[in-house]
Design a protein around this ligand. Structure first.
Ligand SMILES: NC(=O)c1ccc[n+]([C@@H]2O[C@H](COP(=O)([O-])OP(=O)(O)OC[C@H]3O[C@@H](n4cnc5c(N)ncnc54)[C@H](OP(=O)(O)O)[C@@H]3O)[C@@H](O)[C@H]2O)c1
Length: 241
């Protein structure tokens, strides 16, 4: 039998970029409702708030190093996650970078390389590595944190090109994985979290992280396999590709 999670059994989440911003808020809310979380971050030793949360929720939160720029780190993370739990139910690819200040006429390959690694190649390789664990999970889902800036249809200004291109590419990752993993019962979606007050979103953003994550978790909880390949916002509204 696939999964074996019963109603009210804690679900097993994997969250990347868990030391700050939306990733941290995902972990906070998931632990509050009793779920089990494996949290990936580049420097667990410096993730003090996460360490405090792990101590407050023994057995429910495990922190593992994960640098999405490094293939070796992705495979080590996946192997260690498999040793902690034999299966996972939901992977939230939350980590991401936005390099600000890009100007047409001054673009550099370095910015594109770094952004594409963190925002596209990393989540794709991690999803590939964790797919066997998700295939053994219950109601398995992969959630890619995308952005309205990745919408081809809604683009009217030359704005944050490396980031926008990376999120458009991440949306293609969602479509490809949805096709590949459907037969394993794994639903794959992109979600735009809204414009949120984090280090990336800045202090002028209208939404708090708690509101955004509460909305996204509602969307994630309600996902079924026939939603696979979709692009939603944090309220569950369909986004234009
Ligand atoms: N905030 C918004 O308004 C907004 C809007 C649309 C989409 N999003 C998307 O939502 C997600 C979360 O954004 P956020 O606002 O929480 O951003 P944030 O506050 O800047 O946090 C980014 C997180 O990603 C991690 N990270 C970056 N590069 C990484 C790499 N190469 N390997 C591993 N971890 C890496 C960071 O780790 P370090 O601490 O080690 O740097 C940090 O934990 C991102 O995918 C972002 O594109 C955000």
């Amino acid at each position: 039998m696939k999964g074996a999670a019963q109603p009210n059994t804690p679900k097993r989440f994997v969250v990347t970029g868990a030391n700050r911003g939306l990733g941290f808020e995902f972990v906070r809310q998931l632990l509050e409702r009793g779920e089990r979380v494996i949290a990936g971050c580049r420097n667990p030793g410096r993730a003090l708030k996460l360490t405090e949360m792990a101590a407050a929720h023994p057995g429910h939160l495990h922190m593992l190093p994960l640098d999405l720029d490094k293939e070796r780190s992705i495979s080590d993370f996946s192997r260690q996650a498999g040793l902690i739990r034999d299966a996972a139910d939901v992977l939230i690819n939350c980590a991401g970078v936005l390099v600000s200040g890009e100007r047409f006429g001054e673009l550099t390959a370095k910015t594109f390389d770094e952004t594409l690694h963190a925002n596209v190649t990393g989540p794709l390789l991690l999803s590939q590595a964790l797919a066997p664990q998700l295939a053994g999970g219950a109601d398995a889902k992969i959630v890619n944190l995308s952005s309205e800036l990745g919408s081809l249809a809604d683009t009217t200004h030359f704005h944050s090109p490396s980031y926008a291109i990376s999120k458009a590419a991440l949306n293609m990752v969602t479509r490809l994985l949805a096709a590949q993993l459907k037969s394993d019962g794994i639903a794959v979606v992109s979600i735009h979290p809204g414009w949120v007050r984090t280090d990336m979103g800045g202090s002028s953003a209208p939404l708090g992280a708690a509101e955004s994550v509460t909305g996204m978790l509602r969307v994630i909880d309600a996902l079924v396999l026939r939603d696979s390949g979709a692009f939603f916002d944090y309220r569950g509204e369909a986004m234009a590709w």
